[in-house]
Design a protein around this ligand. Sequence first.
Ligand code: IPE
Ligand code: IPE
Ligand code: MG
Ligand code: MG
Ligand code: MG
Length: 293
Amino acid sequence: MNQMEKILDYFGETKDFIDAKLKQYMTNEEPLLKVLQESINYTLYSGGKRIRPLFCFIVGELFDVPREKLFSLACALEMIHTASLIMDDLPHMDDARIRRGKPANHLIYGQDVAALASIGLLTRAYEVVLNDAELPDDKKTQVVRKLAHVVGIDEMVGGQFVDLKFSGESMEYSTLEYIHAHKTASLFVASGTTAAIIGEATDDEIHALKTYAKNLGFAFQILDDLLDSTGKIEEVGKSLKNDKGGFIALYGIEKSKQLLQEYTNKAFEAIKIFGDKNDKLVALGQVLLKRES
Ligand code: IPE
Ligand code: IPE
Ligand code: MG
Ligand code: MG
Ligand code: MG
């Protein structure tokens, strides 16, 4: 097995592991809530790439954090992300019909149940971290403060709002930058920095991870916009051509591809301080750069 195959193997194992842990945190035995739980499970276990938990575990390894100290955080990140996707697809948001290769949550369960599934996932995320016996209280406080901040008005909610209300072909670059940084890169940044906080990273190390995550998250959204405009629905697995603005509208395909590479390079530059311990972070960037869904 070459180095890349080994890392892909590690990514695959970690994904299975996250799925198993998510099931532990999300079970609900109340018969009256059966349909709500089904709606949550429908999107939570529908083949997401689990990039944010993966990033969290890779950062944990950098600082020799035992995995059990990251279970709740990794699952919380995926719950927040999944909640944001269910919400993002609703008719009054992106009005998308396909997600992860299947009909969007609200098309199966209705908008009312989908909205509750999204809020249920979001709040369970904070709960699992706060209930985690492996984490000391001071770490829990720092982690939950960051998670609440990243979901809220100053980050994801704000980014989604500006995307819905201000994106379009004539938007300024600063508006586009605001959207990408807030709706997408911020959760990447939170995934890395919360794991680094648990790992007692130094300020310089946290700063390096922030720069990596910000640029990688940015690159990730450029590619998402590229796939939205040039991909095939069977490969990308979600409704396409429904993002109103984005890099492609502003810069065209070629320049967007160039920027994708530039942001990824900036991400790689930032993690040089970790020396050869940065191999999985580099591999993550390379995998994301080549993704087709
Ligand atoms: C999609 O994220 C939403 C964006 C922030 C662009 P992912 O591409 O990580 O979605 P899944 O979880 O793999 O489906
Ligand atoms: C969504 O961006 C980012 C989120 C916070 C969910 P998009 O609207 O481009 O994501 P997709 O393309 O629907 O996955
Ligand atoms: Mg959207
Ligand atoms: Mg969308
Ligand atoms: Mg998109």
